[in-house]
Write a protein that binds this ligand. Structure first.
Ligand code: SF4
Length: 352
């Protein structure tokens, strides 16, 4: 069977080639790939796409949570009806790039995408999206579908819908708008092509996933890789285990330097290099807490709930990394220090 390439698969391959290979190169005694089940949040996103499609294409209004979520961003789509769920394919590196565009508006030369998210903290910026393989793939496909010349830009709109209500009991949505001009599309295609070539070569040679390049910095992302046990069985130590070992062997006072490391400086500061204060580090969660409960300050939640709520929000964050300076006698340290100590790659403890 031929391997299909897509923007999300290229993103996965770049995150960790081995993780991609487990899911797309047949292997093992049964010569099969591993199909991971959808998570609840992925399923919610899929279901909301159906509601969005019905409205944007046919004008059908829905009801219930999915409709409320989608309709919080309805004003972002003023030009109904749109073409929706538009499939595409084009050749790349001797293979085929495939995908399905959520929203296409030929008149306005626009390609649109729906994203569901727990918090806008995870919404990608314009710069992120210009280098995102999925956005690049869609912009290139939309230019083909709309017959645009190299000098005509593709307008892009990625709309993020929050999956939980604010304290005032409404959902929220926001759009990130950006353009892909012809030169940017061309550069993007070359990069996509380089990744696609590597993927096709590994696939054609039937390379076993465990012989593909691992990325130890990615093992803990998105709640933890499903293949950690496989990698560990193979005799390799994933980063989440390294972190635990580092925490146990904490007789080394030097900060960890690998990417994805979380170094805490408790009641002290690094001798050199940049760092964030704990308040800066917690800014996304503090903003979310204040927005969702309509608070002027994060410590003002009722009945002393603030520390627990802040810590719960932090525990949802996928990427805990960086250099963080913590004053242990502050309210924010009281709320999250124990949690962060358990997650840290290394804790450098000063003396008060
Ligand atoms: S455990 Fe880490 S190295 Fe192994 S496949 Fe997953 S992300 Fe890659």
């Amino acid at each position: 069977m031929a391997l299909h390439i897509s923007g999300t698969r290229i993103r996965l391959f770049r995150d960790c080639a081995r993780k991609w290979a487990f899911q797309y190169i047949p292997h093992g005694p049964d010569n099969t790939t591993v199909k991971l089940p959808s998570t609840a949040s992925q399923q919610l996103g899929t279901d909301m796409h159906t509601v969005a499609e019905l409205y944007l294409r046919d004008g059908v209004q829905g009801e219930g949570k999915l409709w409320e979520m989608f309709s919080s961003g309805i004003d972002q789509w003023p030009n109904t009806p749109y073409e929706t769920e538009v499939p595409f394919e084009y050749p790349i590196a001797g293979g085929t790039m495939t995908g399905v565009i959520d929203v296409l508006d030929r008149e306005n030369k626009l390609v649109g995408d729906h994203k569901t998210t727990k918090t806008f903290y995870w919404a990608k910026t314009k710069a992120d999206l210009l280098s995102d393989p999925q956005a690049q793939t869609y912009a290139i496909a939309a230019a083909h579908l709309m017959g645009l010349g190299p000098d005509e830009p593709v307008n892009c709109q990625w709309t993020y819908y929050k999956t939980s209500k604010t304290q005032r009991k409404f959902y929220e949505a926001k759009s990130v708008k950006f353009k892909f001009d012809g030169a940017t599309r061309q550069r993007a295609f070359k990069k996509l092509e380089t990744s696609a070539k590597k993927m096709l070569a590994l696939y054609d040679e039937k390379v076993h996933p465990l012989d593909c390049q691992p990325n130890w910095d990615h093992c803990g992302a998105y709640g933890g890789c499903a293949f950690q046990a496989e990698c560990e069985k193979h005799g390799e130590t994933t980063v989440s285990n390294l972190s635990k070992l580092d925490a146990v062997a904490n007789d080394d006072p030097a900060p960890a330097t690998h990417s994805g490391a979380l170094n805490l400086y408790v009641d002290c500061e690094p001798l050199n290099g940049s760092y964030q204060t704990l308040l800066e580090f917690l800014a996304p969660e503090i903003t979310q807490l204040c927005d969702s409960m309509d608070l002027d300050h994060w410590t003002l939640a009722d009945y002393g709930k603030s520390p627990g709520l802040l810590c719960a929000l932090l525990s949802e964050r996928d990427d805990l990394s960086g250099e963080v300076v913590i004053r242990s006698n502050t309210p924010e340290a009281y709320a999250v220090l124990s949690f962060l100590r358990a997650r840290a790659t290394r804790v450098i403890q000063g003396v008060r």
